[in-house]
Design a protein. Structure first.
Length: 221
């Protein structure tokens, strides 16, 4: 058996040179020469490379120099823009505070309820001297007053509201600018001034007391 095997091997034995040549021939058959084909993929590689290059430059330009946590952009605001933003925030805050503290009676549209709650839209009490509206909130108001020709305060009074100076400043400024009202802003400092002046007052204001304190607000009546 092993003898026969040996014989077969002997008959197919090749010299080294023949072996190499037959391998070359075989490999040429399997992998035909690629001389002409090489250029096409090279062009693609080149074009793709250019694309990556251009894209990365574009990306670097538009994405804060590839920083993972880019610095927050500091927008330079002009003094006017800063003032505008401050005022917008104040009005927003005033509107929210008005909704929670005042709108149940004076209504969200500032029109009040006929015969019960006086309107704030177009009211002299709200839009003339800052002292009037601020004092009303600080101490409350009782007894009859006339608002836009109607008399209020015979059945219902307004209690003092426990609010901070800044909150009162925000609410009153909102009221004086909303629903077509066009009165001046009221500052926190003004409110603290009025608070200091009325520390000794224990009960609510009456309409008459306030009218005599701010006569010029009612001079055209
Ligand atoms: C519980 C109901 C009620 C609430 C809440 C209330 N008010 Fe009044 N307010 C009244 C009544 C009633 C009067 C009239 C009082 C009077 O004539 O004695 C009045 C009067 C006024 C007046 C003077 C009259 C006018 O219409 O201009 C102003 C200003 C005013 N309130 C502002 C406010 C503001 C601002 C708030 C919220 C911070 C507020 N009120 C919350 C019931 C209320």
């Amino acid at each position: 058996m092993s003898k026969k095997q040996k014989k077969v091997d002997d008959s197919t034995e090749m010299s080294d040179g023949e072996l190499v040549e037959s391998h070359i021939a075989l490999s040429e058959e399997k992998h035909p020469p690629t001389v002409g084909f090489l250029q096409a993929p090279l062009i693609f590689v080149f074009v793709f490379g250019c694309l990556v290059f251009v894209c990365s430059i574009q990306l670097a330009e538009t994405t804060n120099e590839f920083r993972l946590h880019p610095k927050k952009e500091t927008v330079e605001l002009t003094p006017e823009q800063m003032e505008e933003r401050r005022f917008e925030r104040k009005i927003d805050s005033g509107k929210k505070l008005f909704t929670t503290n005042c709108s149940s009676c004076h209504q969200a549209n500032g029109m009040g309820l006929a015969g019960q709650f006086p309107p704030l839209a177009g009211s002299k009490w709200a839009t003339s001297d800052p002292g009037l509206i601020v004092n009303i909130i600080l101490k409350g108001l009782k007894g009859p007053i006339v608002v836009k020709g109607e008399t209020y305060g015979q059945a219902l009074n307004m209690a003092a509201l426990d609010l901070k100076d800044r909150q009162i400043a925000d609410i009153t400024t909102y009221v004086r600018q909303a629903w077509g009202n066009q009165a001046s802003e009221i500052t926190d400092e003004e409110v603290s001034g009025f608070r200091a002046e009325s520390t000794n007052k224990v009960d609510q204001w009456t309409g008459e007391q306030l009218r005599s304190m701010y006569p010029s607000s009612f001079s055209d009546e």
